[in-house]
Design a protein around this ligand. Structure first.
Ligand code: SF4
Length: 434
């Protein structure tokens, strides 16, 4: 038989109301160590490429964040249409709890894909992208809930709102010229005045697909800040992590040396700078070559492909047609071909000089069994003489004090037998003395 439990009656009155209202603060949630954080991943007009990229992140990897084993990080509970094991109502319920303020822990929203203007689809009774179903009006049918609706519901209460990938950050391919769905970025959708519950505007991590570590590293930095354990990371005026997107990809490109020397690839597969094949790298904010596509490997130009500016707000329209040399490139390559021709030749001589031991210079012979490497020509020797004069002008040059003879140990030594401790000046002498 069931036992009836009497509920205690709460005694006492309401707490006293303070005489003055607290000062308005941009943060509506307390800062402090957070044990658990929910991440609601909302997909709009996307190809899921961002998800694939983040799944490949290594520094830190999402496994560590999900297991709660990354030092100083809260355990991340990820709600993701592809990666979550829950389905149906069980999957949707935490989204509703977050919207209704019933979650015990703070949450972050991540938007992948651009946000369609659902009013266009609604005119014909449809939708562009949605998740879950609801009866939206009394007595009505169950309808899919557009992703845009979920973003409107969850963004105001989110501790941070992050746009991942170029579609979510700038509109990307779905918002290209023509744009039948009215697709737009998260910034455009939420507006200039949007601030998260912790007072942050939208954080943008662009790329098509983005570099996975750029995302996890930024989430890491933001979570440190939200926990009160670190400063607010530096973001640029468009909400990009400044330490990742301030430099152009060209500055970190492994082919930039060829550009400087005015040497350009004519065909795919050539090792030189790809600008004449349509690379936009000199004007694109991206770190893909420095960081690699995944686990420090690959990356567009590293793998032989031109930069088509997929991280930029103007992508794709401002960078089309792809694989055609940009007009600015024609101008700058013409200049660098002129200066590069001179620099290249001077460097070739310096490189020849640097590729010789001091001892070989003295002997004027290179003891290599791989090839018949010739000693320096008289012209090169003369150039080396003046080069060294300039190099050590006002500085101490290496070697023994002036006037004392230099000594070499080994075979084929210059000088006479009196110059060496074992009285030998050549291989034969050394052998005879043994
Ligand atoms: Fe710059 Fe592109 Fe050439 Fe690399 S391939 S050096 S990014 S122009």
């Amino acid at each position: 038989m069931a036992t009836v439990v009497e509920r205690d009656t709460v005694q006492g009155g309401q707490p006293s109301i303070p005489a003055t209202e607290p000062e308005a603060r941009p943060e509506r949630l307390p800062l402090g160590p957070i044990k658990t954080v929910h991440v609601f991943w909302l997909a709009g007009m996307s190809c899921d490429g961002c998800t694939v990229a983040v799944a490949g992140a290594t520094n830190p990897g999402i496994e560590g964040l999900l297991l709660g084993v990354v030092p100083t990080m809260p355990k991340v509970i990820l709600h993701h249409t592809v990666l979550s094991v829950e389905a149906g109502e069980e999957f949707i319920q935490p989204f509703k709890d977050a919207w209704e303020g019933k979650l015990a822990d703070p949450y972050v929203i991540v938007a992948e894909g651009s946000i369609a203007d659902e009013r266009i689809a609604a005119r014909t009774g449809g939708y562009f992208s949605a998740m879950g179903t609801e009866v939206l009006s009394s007595g009505g049918n169950s309808c899919p809930v557009p992703s845009a609706e979920w973003i409107s519901r969850l963004a105001p209460g989110a501790a941070a709102t992050i746009a991942i990938g170029t579609c979510a950050t700038w509109g990307g391919v779905p918002s290209a010229e023509g744009n039948p769905t009215g697709a737009m970025s998260l910034m455009d959708f939420l507006g200039k005045d949007y601030r998260s519950a912790f007072g942050l505007p939208v954080i943008n991590i662009p790329g098509c697909a983005p570099q996975g570590d750029n995302f996890t590293e930024t989430v890491f930095a933001v979570l440190l800040f939200l926990q009160g354990l670190g400063p607010l990371p530096a973001f640029d005026e468009l909400g990009r992590p400044a330490w990742l997107f301030t430099e152009t990809v060209h500055r970190g490109c492994n082919r930039a040396g060829y550009y400087e020397e005015g040497v350009f690839a004519k065909n795919y597969g050539d090792p030189e700078c790809l600008i004449e094949l349509g690379c936009w790298g000199p004007v694109v904010n991206c770190n893909i070559v420095k960081r690699g596509a995944m686990n420090h490997m690959g990356g567009c130009m590293e793998a032989g492909g031109v930069c088509i500016a997929c991280t930029m707000p103007g992508f794709p329209d401002k960078f089309s047609p792809f694989y055609k040399e940009p007009p600015g490139g024609v101008f700058s390559t013409t200049l660098s071909k002129g200066t590069g021709a001179m620099i290249r030749r001077a460097r070739r001589l310096s490189n020849r000089h640097a590729n010789s031991e001091v001892r070989w210079d003295k002997l004027n012979a290179v003891p290599s069994g791989w090839a018949n490497v010739k000693g320096a020509s008289p012209t090169l020797k003369m150039m080396e003489f003046f080069y060294k004069k300039w190099q050590f002008w006002g500085a101490k040059s290496p070697g023994r004090p002036k006037g004392t003879e230099e000594r070499f140990w080994g075979v084929d030594r210059p000088g006479g037998t009196d110059d060496y401790l074992d009285n030998s000046s050549a291989r034969e002498d050394a052998r005879d003395g043994r």
